[in-house]
Design a protein around this ligand. Structure first.
Ligand code: ADP
Length: 487
């Protein structure tokens, strides 16, 4: 058993912008169930404070001239202790964790997350006298990237693991910010935190963590290539011996079609007929023609380039002529939102676009759709294809990252060997997307074959239990690497 400080800038159900929240809300619980002693550290955003109860102040301090206190409560529906970094000047504001209500990054993000890292370092070194010091500090994405860098020079320090959920987001700021944050001067070097004249938070994790992992084995290999490495592939190659991939799990209680409270009809692989009631309800709710025979394709996504919006828009003129309905839920870059809404207004019987973030509707789309579209240009792990598999909603995905690790194309060979569970687009183009979509539509007409694929999809084990076991092994490796590290 180890003591683990798990640091994240978001955690479901308290605050969520993407997959990191799902992981941070599930993995600590799974680790705790396997006997690890884990504390989750999160900023005390207002959305979080509204949902937690019985907070107690454990410590208080000052960082960058700001009052900061550490509060203790529990991650809802679990025994996992949750420590909240309460700094009203940094975190108590409307809008999201990283951006204001207009979608602009907060002007002081560097300061906000630097102080988040500074208190994590103080906890890790037991400077706050909490009576609890971690053996392992598990950092996630750039917001906690400074922690391994700031800990590295201490002889008596916990081991560090840095998990890459998305290498595209790096926390880049000016050299002046580096100075303002009073970071140790020797960290300003290209081999350390400097990245082409900028301060890179993520490099703190990539350069200094005892172990690094990405959230799928394929993504862990892809980021060694210039195509996926965002300029960090050289550094990652250098640290390749310390880099591995662990596939995310899913919260099988939140995402379970047999018990999901948001569905019109619950179902499992033996009661697949019930699934169509959810399709009817979704068609009604969104004002689409109600017809069980029309294949319904769902998509839930941040509307950003990564998610393949360009090839979807490139194929849209053909998609609206196919005998399908397409339902899209998401928000993101305005130019994508505007184009999609325009297409939807011109083809209201074929395409329904809901702009916004809607947890309940996302469950209803997963259950009510026949297929799920996810043509990402890159995908560190991807969660929606996993939810789709569990809901018998066959995913149509690009063969990248975690999508490649979890979706097996329904070609003849894979269907014969009963491994097929979805459809794979082999190239990032509108033509390739349309070809795969047409293949899926063809197979949809073969009811028995389709049911087989649905059952195979629903059988997959993407539980956190399995992934948590891999993390426990990785913690042990991080501890042994730390012991061999030269300070
Ligand atoms: P990423 O982290 O890159 O956004 P993932 O597939 O790993 O992608 O995780 C995205 C998570 O956010 C999923 O749980 C997905 O259902 C959810 N999500 C994304 N956009 C929305 C939305 N508009 N409404 C509800 N849930 C959403």
């Amino acid at each position: 058993m180890s003591k683990i400080l798990y640091i994240s800038s978001e955690a479901f159900p308290l605050i969520k912008t993407g997959g990191l929240a799902d992981v941070a809300g599930s993995l600590p619980i799974a680790l705790s169930k396997q006997g690890e002693e884990i504390h989750l550290l999160l900023p005390a955003y207002p959305q979080v404070m509204q949902q937690v109860e019985n907070t107690q102040q454990l410590a208080s301090s000052h960082y960058y001239g700001l009052d900061v206190s550490l509060l203790e409560t529990h991650l809802p529906n679990s025994d996992v202790p949750l420590w909240l970094v309460n700094c009203p000047a940094a975190f108590e504001r409307p809008g999201g964790p990283y951006m204001d209500s207009d979608g602009q990054p907060w002007h002081d993000n560097a300061l906000r997350f630097a102080l988040f890292c500074q208190i994590a370092v103080d906890i890790a070194l037991d400077r706050l006298k909490l009576g609890w010091q971690p053996d392992i500090v598990h950092c996630n994405d750039w917001q906690s990237g400074l922690v391994p860098a700031l800990l590295a020079s201490f002889k008596q320090r916990p081991a560090t693991l840095f998990t890459i959920h998305n290498l595209a987001y790096q926390g880049l700021f000016s050299q002046q910010t580096f100075t303002d944050l009073e970071l140790p001067g020797n960290l300003w070097q290209p081999s350390r935190l400097e990245f082409y004249d900028q301060l890179s938070f993520i490099k703190g994790g990539l350069v200094y963590a005892d172990r690094i992992n990405a959230v799928s084995p394929t993504y862990a290999r892809e980021i060694l290539l210039p195509e996926f490495g965002y300029g960090l592939n050289g550094l990652l190659q250098h640290r390749q011996a310390r880099l591995s991939g662990i596939l995310n799990g899913i919260d099988q209680t939140v995402w379970n079609p047999a018990t999901d409270p948001h569905l019109t009809a619950n179902y499992d692989s033996h009661k697949l007929a019930q699934k169509s009631k959810n399709k009817t309800a979704l068609q009604k709710q969104l004002g689409l023609p109600v017809d069980a025979r029309i294949p319904l394709v769902g998509m839930i996504s941040r509307m950003v380039e990564q998610k393949g919006l360009d090839i979807i828009l490139g194929a849209m003129a053909e998609i609206v002529n196919l005998p399908i309905q397409l339902v899209m839920l998401g928000n993101g870059e305005t130019h994508y939102e505007i184009q999609l809404v325009k297409w939807a207004n011109n083809h209201p019987d074929k395409l329904n676009v809901v702009i916004g973030y809607n947890e309940i509707l996302s469950h209803q789309i997963e259950a009510g759709s026949d297929m799920f579209l996810m043509p990402s240009t890159f995908e560190p792990c991807g969660l929606n294809q996993l939810y789709s598999l569990r809901y018998g909603t066959l995913p149509i995905v690009r063969n990248v990252g975690g999508l490649a690790d979890t979706v097996v194309d329904a070609n003849d060979l894979n269907r014969k060997s009963k491994t097929a569970n979805g459809f794979v687009i082999t190239e990032q183009s509108a033509e390739a997307l349309l070809t795969t979509l047409r293949t899926a539509l063809g197979l949809y007409q073969e009811t028995a074959a389709w049911k087989k694929l649905q059952r195979a999809a629903m059988k997959g084990d993407f539980s956190w239990q399995r992934s948590a076991g891999h993390y426990i092994k990785l913690y042990q490796q991080a501890l042994s690497d730390r012991d061999q590290a030269v300070v």
